[in-house]
Design a protein around this ligand. Structure first.
Ligand code: COA
Length: 162
């Protein structure tokens, strides 16, 4: 059985992430979507909120599990008995950072391989920061995130829940 991990901050999860997740889930037996609990990044959503949003978005895909993790990705991968890390590549600018991470992880644990999926062209420009920037100024984020996520993001900025 091939278990893969798709790690990230998902602050918040975007349509671009969801596209990578759906494609990766089709290619593996089990996909663990791993939310980094990273105190260093000043996140809009708590790790619990990010996990909850992802679970809601992904409830219809049976071979997916959403979990949070601290510390090194390779240690978490070991705990999950996963040897594949999935990452999305949006543009050439992602490549250097991703190569560095993939190589570091492989030096830390030689049994780990990183598989890259190219982001759908439709979402190649997208990042969670872009979503937050547009939302902060009251712009329409419906092209970037699902309606449920958009509602949560707008709640954060306006303090108003529907
Ligand atoms: N669609 C939309 N956006 C995407 C995307 C896609 N397909 N792929 C990446 N992004 C965006 C994210 O939204 C995020 O945007 P932001 O910077 O505006 O928030 C950005 O690209 C990168 O974020 P993400 O993919 O979530 O990765 P990250 O850099 O926050 O975290 C980890 C990467 C979790 C894999 C890495 O930090 C990690 O493994 N940490 C654990 C510690 C460790 O093991 N370190 C050693 C390895 S170097």
């Amino acid at each position: 059985m091939h278990t893969a991990i798709y790690p990230g901050s998902f602050d918040p999860v975007t349509r671009g992430h969801l596209d990578i997740i759906a494609r990766a889930a089709r290619a593996t037996d089990k996909l663990i979507v791993a939310v980094l609990n990273n105190g260093a990044k000043n996140s809009l959503f708590s790790v619990e909120e990010r996990v909850k949003m992802l679970k809601e978005e992904l409830e219809e895909i049976p071979n997916i599990e959403v979990r949070s993790f601290n510390g090194l990705l390779v240690e978490f991968a070991k705990q999950c008995d996963a040897h594949i890390v999935v990452r999305g590549l949006r543009a050439i600018t992602d490549f250097e950072y991703e190569l560095q991470m993939a190589q570091t992880n492989r030096i830390l644990d030689h049994s780990i391989d990183t598989f890259f999926l190219t982001a759908d062209l439709e979402y190649a420009y997208l990042s969670s920061s872009t979503v937050k920037e547009v939302a902060r100024f009251g712009g329409d984020i419906s092209a970037f995130v699902t309606p449920a996520v958009a509602e949560r993001v707008m709640e954060k900025y306006t303090g108003v829940s529907k």
